[in-house]
Design a protein around this ligand. Structure first.
Ligand SMILES: *Cc1c(COP(=O)(O)O)cnc(C)c1O
Length: 393
């Protein structure tokens, strides 16, 4: 059964919880209290909803992909999160948390970012609300993602290079944690997916579930052109876009499918499929499925798409997997790349590499989906990936 909220320990059955330093416990408690209050306050929703409408451009459309539908014998619809401001669903979460930061009276926000997408979404929300913003980013990622670094700086954010470790996301997370421990009185840490210690997975799900709630009204079966979905498909990195579209449907008869990155193939060991090929353990403050070796050391993930290149996954997905509320599958880098070209050349939409994983699964499974109404959460647009795609092809 779907849970409205995790239990008092922040757990979805055995998953989730608060594996965090003692010094952060009061901040996590304060965050839960403040978010609970804000979420029960119609004034907070009014302010959030008007920003989602006028600044982000919600509701995002649902588009019937007519040519692909005809080609594959399925009724394929796209939930167009790629049309949200800054080009992906991440802004739904950052605007909500930035508003909460203002409500808590904290003037400063920190975040960490790998590819820079969450950093840009955070920088955007902070510029909008006049908040000081520092984004931690591994120095290797700063080199690889120059465009997003420029975008963050233009938005008035300080991008702080992290030189420790491998200079990638894991090191940036540690640096952001260290900052938060020292600055928690005046600083909020905006986590970018349904991951981290409680209350983050729950709070980010609440902020992203607008995607699925919109879909319920957009495809309510009230007219032939708005049939109810049979199947809903979304890619899973940390799991926020998938959680956002799945949650309102979890426990209904709609078939929910989360698609992880199989990278070079599951057998290669180089992938990001923590639900499909991982095992339970603790990562970034919560108990969930993750990629680990026999000694419990966390393994490096691999995916062609930076957003899916993560060795863990949100704890509520772990719960959904074990209860069978959602099924999880995976597709390789190569299959995702093909799907990018397919959507671009057939429908005139260049998807993010992450979102292309969902489409690749649909294409692969088309024989078993004949005549079905299938909705793909098109989590983001592909402009950010064009250079990489052309290099790889
Ligand atoms: C970041 C990102 C993802 C992966 O994050 P989730 O939390 O799993 O949604 C997926 N798609 C796009 C376009 C992204 O930018």
């Amino acid at each position: 059964m779907r849970l409205d909220k995790p239990d008092t320990q922040g757990r979805f059955a055995q998953f989730g919880g608060q594996f965090a330093p003692e010094t952060l416990m009061p901040a996590l408690e304060e965050l839960e209290t403040e978010f609970t209050k804000a979420w029960a306050d119609p004034g907070f929703h009014d302010e959030l909803n008007s920003l989602l409408r006028d600044f982000v451009g919600r509701p995002t459309p649902v588009y019937r992909a007519a040519r692909l539908s005809a080609q594959y014998g399925i009724e394929l619809y796209l939930k167009r999160e790629d049309l949200a401001h800054t080009g992906a669903h991440k802004i739904n979460n950052t605007i909500g948390q930035a508003l909460l930061t203002k409500r808590m009276g904290k003037p400063r926000v920190i975040a960490e970012t790998g590819a820079g997408q969450h950093g840009v979404a955070t920088a955007t929300a902070c510029a909008l609300l006049g908040q000081e913003c520092v984004v931690y980013m591994g120095e290797k990622d700063i080199e690889r993602q120059a465009l997003n670094v420029h975008r963050m700086r233009m938005l008035g954010t300080e991008v702080r290079p992290v030189t420790s470790g491998a200079g990638t996301l894991k090191d940036a997370v540690s640096a952001a944690m260290r900052d938060w421990v020292a600055s928690v009185d005046g600083t909020h840490y905006i986590i970018g997916s349904v991951v981290g210690p409680h209350p983050f997975p729950w709070m980010v799900r609440e902020l992203q579930k607008v995607i699925g709630e919109e879909l319920e009204t957009q495809m309510d079966g009230s007219a032939p052109e708005r049939p109810q979905p049979d199947v809903i498909v979304a890619c899973v990195g940390g799991g926020s876009n998938a959680m956002g579209i799945f949650y309102p449907y979890a426990g209904s008869d709609v078939d929910l499918v989360g698609v992880e990155a199989a990278g070079y193939g599951l057998e290669s060991g180089q992938h990001g499929a923590s639900l499909v090929a991982g095992s339970p353990g603790v990562i970034h403050g919560s108990m969930t499925y993750l990629l680990q070796d026999d000694q419990g050391q966390i393994l490096e993930a691999h995916s062609i798409s930076a957003g899916l290149d993560y060795p863990g996954v949100g704890p509520e997905h772990a719960y959904f997997k074990d209860t069978g509320l959602v099924r999880y599958a995976s597709v390789t880098d190569e299959e995702a790349l093909e799907a990018v070209y397919l959507l671009a050349s057939t429908e005139g939409i260049i998807p993010a590499l992450e979102s292309a994983h969902g489409l690749a699964w649909i294409i692969k499974e088309a024989p078993s989906l004949q005549g079905k109404v299938v909705v793909l959460n098109l989590s983001g647009r592909g402009d950010k990936d064009v250079e990489l795609i052309v290099e790889q092809s």
